[in-house]
Design a protein around this ligand. Sequence first.
Ligand code: SF4
Length: 230
Amino acid sequence: MTSNDEYIGEMSSIEDIATIVRSCSKCGLSGTRTNAVPGEGSDSPSILFIGEGPGFNEDQQGLPFVGRAGQLLDELLGVVPLVRSDVYITNVVKCRPPDNRDPLPDEVRACWPYLEAQISLLKPHVIATLGRHAMNRFLPDARISDQHGRATVWRDIVVFPLYHPAAALRSTNLRQTLENDIRRLPEAVLRSLEISATAAPQTEAGASAPIDLTPAETPSGDGAGQNRLF
Ligand code: SF4
């Protein structure tokens, strides 16, 4: 464990995490970013949206989902209705991969403790993943065409995969599918609340587990610990 990881373990607020992310140099993406993008939103959100990584506009502004895909996400949240200040939005990796390539395994591994810490502090009722790559960090064997709009329990949190808004910008059908799925987010939150009301105390064990998990270790590839709700 690096001293940086030890520091992450002492973070007591979302802003603490953001501060360390902005000066982080744990992986090579620190050398090519303009700004790190820790995330933004409520510090007690019902829903935590997680994309794979920042794009050009996000890198320029240091904020998540601020390009055309972000505008579409805002528009679709409005049908629930929700606004950004109601939720929290972040990414698996906090710095933009050059040319928008997929993040490398060692980059995801280096950044994962920040996401772990954010999940532990934010305690969302629902994690809404945006796109196939973010979904597969939690549900490694799932196919987005099968899993979108379906709620699955990961640890003690409901994971609700969504298509990426950027994909929805390229397809009218996907845009409608994404809107239909987002309209079901309140149902996912309700199911999560029902689970919380009946949860045994031991479900807290996952949340307090060491936060230096790698993506390969975090989701159970055999489906253990995952229970589809709808
Ligand atoms: S991607 Fe994550 S681990 Fe890598 S430099 Fe940025 S904040 Fe640090």
